[in-house]
Design a protein around this ligand. Structure first.
Ligand code: SAH
Ligand code: SF4
Length: 363
C-alpha cells in the first residue's frame, strides 16, 4: 500500500483552495494546544469538518507504550496507516527537558553486524509526515501528562533506519520542525552510518538545514570497520576525512560540528591500539568530538559491552590526542528502548527482548 502524503490528500480533497490554505493546515498540526482538527480554529469551519472526516490528525497510532522504571524513558511502538510498526522514544535530558529519538525507516538495509534494527532488514522508508509526527505524537503524550516537563528541546535521528537513505523525507520533516516548533537546528542531530554519496549531495544542497551531523565510525581501521559495518566502501576512511574538511569549509562553523559515534564492543574495537589509531585518525579530520556508546547486547548476537575500566582507558588514550570525548549514559534498559537498535517484530517489541542503548551524552 502506497502511503499518500498529507499534502497530496489535501490537494485531492480541496482542489480549489489557494496555496496558503495548505500552509495554514500544516501550521495547525503544530499548534501548541491542538489535539485534533476540531482545535484548528484558524481554518474555516467547512474545511475543518471535512478534515475531521477525511484526514487523520496523526499518521500513526500508539500500539503499545513502555515506560522505564525511573520514568525517564518512554518507548512507543507506533502503527502506520499500512499497519506496519516502528518505534520512537522519548527520553529525559539533562536540562529537565526531553529528547525525542526518531526513526526514519522501518528496519534498515545497512546490516551493521551489531545492530538489532539491521538484523530486521529493510521494510520501508517513513514518509515525511510519519517522521514529523513522531515529535507531534510525543507533544500530545506530554500534554496529557501535565505533571511532566513539557518541553521537547532536542530531536535525534538515532532510531530505526539510515536517515540519509531517506534524504528528502528527513529533510522535509526537519524543515517542518524548524518552521513550526521552538527547536533550533543545533538541537537536531542526524546520525548516519556514513553514506558518502548522500553526504556529497548534502554538501551541494543549499536547502539542507544547518543541523548537527553524527557519523557512526565504530573503527578507524578500514579492515575492522568493513567487518562490522558491511556498507563500508573501499577507502571509506580517507574519503570521510576529505569530506569532513569540505563540510567544514562549505557548511561548517562552530555550530555545525560533526560528532563521531563509536560503539564499544569487547574485543572488536576497544583495544588500546585501536584507540590510538582512532585518535590519530580523528586528528586528521576537521572534527574533534567523539561520543563513546557502550554496546547494548542484542538477542541472538554474541557481542558484549566493553567493561567500565576498559572504556575509561579508551577514553583516556583519546584525550591524549586533545579530542573532546563524551560517553553516553544508557537509559531505558528495562523497556528495550533501544534507540537505533529498535525492532518491531512481535517478539522484539516485548520489553525484555533486547537491551537498550538509549543514551544521553555525559562528559
Ligand atoms: N543508522 C544511523 C542512525 C541510527 S543508529 C546510524 O547508524 O548512525 C544510531 C546509533 O546507534 C549508531 O551510532 C549505531 O551505530 C548505534 N548502535 C546500533 N546498535 C547498537 C547497539 N547494539 N549498541 C550500541 N549502539 C548501537
Ligand atoms: Fe542501520 Fe544504523 Fe543499525 Fe547500521 S547501526 S543497521 S545503519 S540503524
Amino acid at each position: 500500500m502506497a502511503i499518500q502524503t498529507r499534502e497530496a490528500l489535501f490537494s485531492a480533497l480541496f482542489p480549489n483552495e489557494p496555496a496558503f490554505r495548505w500552509r495554514q493546515v500544516e501550521e495547525a498540526l503544530f499548534l501548541p494546544n491542538a489535539n485534533s482538527w476540531k482545535d484548528a480554529t484558524s481554518l474555516p469551519k467547512a474545511i475543518r469538518e471535512k478534515l475531521i472526516q477525511d484526514m487523520p490528525w496523526m499518521t500513526c497510532k500508539a500500539e503499545r507504550l513502555y515506560t522505564s522504571k525511573r520514568g525517564d524513558t518512554v518507548k512507543a511502538a507506533l502503527a502506520a496507516a499500512d499497519g506496519k510498526l516502528f518505534e520512537s522514544v522519548l527520553m529525559a535530558n539533562m536540562r529537565d527537558q526531553w529528547t525525542v529519538c526518531v526513526s526514519s525507516q522501518i528496519g534498515c538495509g545497512m546490516g551493521c553486524t551489531f545492530c538489532a534494527t539491521g538484523a530486521m532488514g529493510f521494510k520501508r522508508s517513513l514518509t515525511a509526515d510519519e517522521i514529523m509526527d513522531q515529535y507531534r505524537f510525543w507533544k500530545q503524550y506530554l500534554r496529557e501528562k501535565p505533571e511532566l516537563p513539557q518541553r521537547i528541546s532536542n530531536v535525534v535521528f538515532m532510531g530505526m533506519g539510515e536517515p540519509l537513505t531517506n534524504y528528502q523525507n528527513v529533510k522535509k520533516a526537519i524543515h517542518a520542525w524548524l518552521k513550526y516548533t521552538d527547536i533550533g537546528p543545533t538541537r537536531i542531530t542526524v546520525s548516519t552510518v556514513g553514506v558518502l554519496m548522500q553526504m556529497e549531495t548534502l554538501l551541494k544542497d543549499d536547502d539542507w538545514p544547518p543541523v548537527r551531523i553524527a557519523v557512526s565510525l565504530h573503527s578507524a581501521n578500514q579492515k575492522r570497520r568493513e567487518e562490522i559495518v558491511p556498507t563500508t566502501t573501499p577507502d571509506f576512511l580517507k574519503k570521510l576525512t576529505d569530506w569532513s574538511h569540505r563540510y567544514a569549509r562549505i557548511k561548517g562553523n562552530n555550530r555545525h560540528h560533526i560528532t563521531y559515534e563509536y560503539t564499544l564492543i569487547t574485543g572488536v574495537n576497544d583495544t588500546p591500539e585501536l584507540a590510538h589509531e582512532l585518535g590519530t585518525y580523528i586528528k586528521g579530520t576537521s572534527a574533534s568530538l567523539i561520543n563513546l556508546i557502550p554496546y547494548n547486547p542484542v538477542v541472538g548476537k554474541s557481542f558484549t559491552r566493553t567493561s567500565k575500566p576498559r572504556i575509561a582507558e579508551f577514553k583516556k588514550i583519546l584525550e591524549t590526542y586533545g579530542l573532546n570525548v563524551t560517553q553516553r549514559k544508557t537509559m531505558g534498559d528495562d523497556i528495550a528502548a533501544a534507540c537505533g537498535q529498535l525492532v518491531t517484530q512481535t517478539e522484539a517489541t516485548k520489553p525484555d527482548a533486547s537491551h537498550s542503548r538509549i543514551a544521553l551524552d555525559v562528559s
